[in-house]
Design a protein around this ligand. Structure first.
Ligand code: CU
Length: 320
């Protein structure tokens, strides 16, 4: 969820810089073809970052002591690879330390180890030095986004399940992202009306967290419909119709730069907008709605504080 929002920019820049020291800028190698080289993709995106998938591809791999696993982070949505080590609980995504890397280039289960937030072509590598079965998570999207690394003693043959998992990884990612198209087709309101979605998932808010999110403000069953036209005095309502990502509806005074705000900041500005004030819905979790009455003619752009810059979650209200 938390992308390279301005509020977190310094933490993310620091995380990216440190990630680079751990091999974060190195292009990941191809899938294992006989040599002990392993690549896992963290999430995925399509349609100009509108569709985001929240799984590791493949989610389970078996390696040997001394092998190195590379994770690739292709999306505008950040993810982490985080292993608990001796800790008993993961930090929440709102904890500022979640953005930062911890630990070194090896993992032996004695040290909390995390990539920090990585996105947009970065990568992360860990060499496993102790046999065991290790679960890891993305701090931003867990527990739905978890993976497992089984570490065998050095020299053990790799199981056939590795090849199946590696060969199926790209197809699994594509299948998850395709579910975003299903979600868009389930737009639940009258197209072109004053009720919009602030993000949606397959099945909308029902069910456990989906492996895909559509991170757009939409006013119809199409990714192209990101604006709504209303009249002075009309009320526009947004509902988060997703089950896996928070969003905000945030609108600045006309002509002002977009505000530097913590995405988790409380609501500001009330429910009437005349172009002169900052209005922020506060965090809209799954199923939550926000309504805003427009009292001035104009074209007004609003954004989601979580998904504005790298994921382009931006909408327009045209008031006539
Ligand atoms: Cu958002």
């Amino acid at each position: 969820m938390i992308s390279a929002r301005v509020f977190y920019a310094s933490a993310i820049v620091a995380a990216l810089a440190l990630g680079g020291c751990q091999g974060g800028s190195v292009s990941p190698p191809p899938f294992n073809t006989g040599s002990p080289v392993f690549t896992i993709t963290a999430g995925g995106s399509s349609n100009m970052e509108a569709m985001q998938s929240f799984r590791f591809y493949p989610s389970s791999l078996t390696v040997n002591v001394g092998d190195t696993v590379h994770w690739a982070f292709p999306s505008g949505e950040p993810h982490t690879v985080t292993l608990l080590g001796p800790r008993t609980a993961y930090p929440p995504p709102t904890d500022p330390t979640s953005a930062q890397p911890f630990g070194g280039p090896t993992y032996d289960a004695t040290t909390y180890t995390s990539s920090g937030f990585l996105l947009l072509g970065k990568s992360y590598s860990l060499t496993f030095t102790n046999p065991g079965t290790y679960t890891y998570t993305c701090l931003l999207h867990g527990p739905a986004m978890r993976g497992t690394i089984v570490v065998q003693p050095s020299g053990t043959p790799y199981p056939p399940s590795n090849t199946v998992a590696e060969l199926g990884a790209s197809a699994a990612q594509a299948a998850d992202l395709a579910l975003g198209t299903t979600a868009v087709s389930q737009f639940p309101y009258a197209p072109g009306g004053p009720h919009l979605v602030a993000g949606l998932t397959p099945g909308l808010t029902v069910g456990p967290p989906s492996p895909v999110a559509v991170q757009r403000f939409l006013d119809g069953p199409s990714l192209a419909v990101t604006s709504v036209t209303v009249h002075v005095g009309d009320i526009v309502t947004w509902t988060n119709q997703s089950n896996n990502a928070p969003h905000t509806v945030t609108i600045a005074p006309v002509g002002a730069p977009f505000p530097i705000l913590n995405p988790f900041a409380p609501p500001t500005g009330g429910n009437v907008y005349d172009g002169t004030m900052l209005v922020n819905s506060g965090v809209l979790f799954s199923g939550a709605s926000f309504s805003l009455k427009f009292t001035t003619v104009g074209t007004f752009t609003y954004q989601c504080l979580f998904h504005d810059d790298t994921e382009h979650m931006i909408g327009t209200v045209i008031v006539q």
